[in-house]
Structures are given as structure tokens and as C-alpha cells.
Design a protein around this ligand. Structure first.
Ligand code: NAP
Length: 264
């Protein structure tokens, strides 16, 4: 299926690794020009080089890399200095650390809210009016399955991302919807990335169980009996950014191998 977005410009946050990288790769393969962002310049440049060398990249698709912390005013300024207008924005940064809510002070909460709620809102604010003026726009926020099915140790994520979800529910149904701009959230379940590995190691250390049995337990609890991979996550993201998904806005899409047990 031709997704109809070749030649568009996309901003993809947190894109040197994991899910953001999967989204960038899928978009580039559709002929989309991408600006990829992460803090670590070395890994980011390596990813940019790999995306450029991808045999499935149409020759015209450009890959620009901006090493910046997207959660800061300065970082976002650096991104918009590289390119002002975007047709597609995938908001993403690292998730907050796990822990016990008794240990989280105001600073910890502000950091989580800044990274996982206010940063996507700032990126939406900076881009949607231009999208509306041009008659096409796609925002995809990478959030978490924890928005629908909270995990107690990820309270910072549950809280901050739920705030973003509420905001998106409203803004996606505003006048922007009539101007070709869709805003959706993509809620990963367990995907095999560095972050998942770190969380599993943390769970093993906390429980005193061997890492292998923690990994097996987590995997076996998923009806699909496996973790997801970044490539399949990216394909869903690219579809949400496509011309074919223009009638879908304000939705929370849950790729999780069937882990969420509810009917709705
Ligand atoms: P990951 O493998 O750790 O990759 C995170 C990417 O984001 C890296 O490229 C990292 O590079 C970049 N990044 C982190 N903080 C950033 C910042 N402040 N500014 C710019 N770039 C930043 O994580 P992932 O598994 O892909 O997760 C992506 C998001 O999905 C996270 O918010 C995570 O909580 C959420 N999520 C993941 C899963 C899962 O199973 N993987 C499940 C639920 C939710 P630098 O560190 O160099 O900046």
C-alpha cells in the first residue's frame, strides 16, 4: 500500500534507538524526509547513517540529525532551527524511571510531567497551525499501555501520560480536525528495546529473581507470547501518518500482543 506521504517532512523525537528509531525507519522507507532527535550525538549520527544506507530508502528521502534534549526549550529551539515546518510529528522521549511513589518529590514529578506531558504539548503547539494552514498534518504521540492499564511502579508515567492523553482528547477534536490534522496516541505494550531491558533488570534486582525468569514471566503473560519489535511499531506509526488514516483522530492505539485484558 502506498501511504501517500512521500516528500513530507517528519520530526521524530527519541529516534536514535528503540521505538522512535522504528518510526523514523518506517517513515523514511515511505519516502518521508525525517529530522531525528536524541541527546547522544554519537548514537544519533550512527542511526542517521544507517537510515541513509537503508536499501529500502527512496533516494529522495533525506535524514537530518539534531542532537538535542527535546524536553528543554533550548533543545526544541535547535530542532526548529534545523527545520521550521513539519507535516508529521512523532513525539517521544525517554520514559520516567520506575520506583515507589513515596520516594518521588516535586522535582521528580515536574521532570516527568515536563518530559511526557508538556514536551509533546509544546511540539503540538509549535506545529499544528502550520499543518492546518497547509491542509495536512499528523501528530503521533508515543505514550504507553500504562495509560490504559497502569503499572504501580511506573506511577510517574501513569500520571504524566494520562495528562497528555486528556489534553489530546480535546485538542484532536478541535477545529484542527476539519483542516486535515489528526492527533493520535500510540500506546506501546512490551517492546524489546533498551528501555524494556532496563526495566526487566530493575524488576529482577528488586524481586531477587534471576533475570531469565523475570523475562520469561513477562513474555508468557502476553497472549502473543513474545515482545514486540521496533519495526512493527514503526509500521503502525507510519500508517497513522498516512493519507489513509485521515479519518482517525483522538484515538489511543494499543499494540501490546493482547496484553490488555479489557473489552474496550
Ligand atoms: P529507548 O530504547 O530507551 O530509546 C529512547 C530514545 O529516546 C533514545 O534514542 C534516547 O536517546 C532518546 N531520548 C531519551 N530522552 C530524550 C530526550 N530528553 N530528548 C531527546 N531524545 C531522548 O526507549 P523505547 O523503549 O524506545 O521507549 C520510547 C518511549 O516509549 C518511552 O517514553 C518509553 O517509556 C515508552 N514505552 C516503551 C515501552 C517498551 O516496551 N519499550 C513500553 C511502554 C512505553 P538519548 O538517550 O541519547 O537521548
Amino acid at each position: 500500500m502506498d501511504l501517500g506521504i512521500a516528500g513530507k517532512w517528519a520530526l521524530v523525537g527519541g529516534a536514535s534507538k528503540g521505538l522512535g528509531r522504528g518510526c523514523a525507519q518506517a517513515l523514511v522507507r515511505e519516502g518521508v524526509n525525517v529530522v531525528i532527535v536524541a541527546r547522544g550525538a554519537e548514537a544519533l549520527e550512527a542511526t542517521a547513517a544507517e537510515l541513509r544506507a537503508d536499501p529500502l530508502r527512496p533516494a529522495a528521502a533525506q535524514v537530518l540529525a539534531v542532537a538535542a534534549d527535546i524536553t528543554t526549550v533550548e533543545g526544541r529551539a535547535a530542532v526548529f532551527a534545523a527545520r521550521k515546518d513539519f507535516d508529521i510529528v512523532v513525539t517521544n522521549a525517554g520514559g520516567p524511571p520506575p520506583g515507589d511513589f513515596r520516594d518521588w518529590d516535586r522535582e521528580a514529578w515536574l521532570k516527568a510531567v515536563d518530559a511526557n506531558m508538556l514536551t509533546p504539548i509544546e511540539l503540538i503547539k509549535a506545529t499544528v497551525d502550520g499543518m492546518a494552514a497547509r491542509g495536512f498534518g499528523r501528530i503521533v504521540n508515543i505514550t504507553s499501555s500504562a495509560v490504559k492499564s497502569p503499572i504501580d511502579t511506573l506511577g510517574l508515567s501513569n500520571g504524566a501520560r494520562s495528562g497528555l492523553t486528556g489534553f489530546v482528547a480535546g485538542v484532536s477534536r478541535s477545529a484542527l480536525a476539519g483542516k486535515g490534522v489528526t492527533i493520535n496516541n500510540l500506546l506501546p505494550g512490551a517492546f524489546d528495546t533498551d528501555r524494556l531491558q532496563t526495566n526487566l533488570k530493575g524488576a529482577a534486582a528488586k524481586s531477587g529473581q534471576p533475570l531469565e525468569s523475570v523475562v520469561d514471566g513477562r513474555r508468557n503473560a502476553i497472549p502473543a507470547k513474545r515482545f514486540g519489535n521496533s519495526e512493527e511499531f514503526g509500521a503502525i506509526c507510519a500508517f497513522l501518518c498516512s493519507v489513509h488514516a485521515g479519518y482517525m483522530t483522538g484515538q489511543n492505539i494499543l499494540p501490546d500482543g493482547g496484553a490488555y485484558p479489557g473489552t474496550y
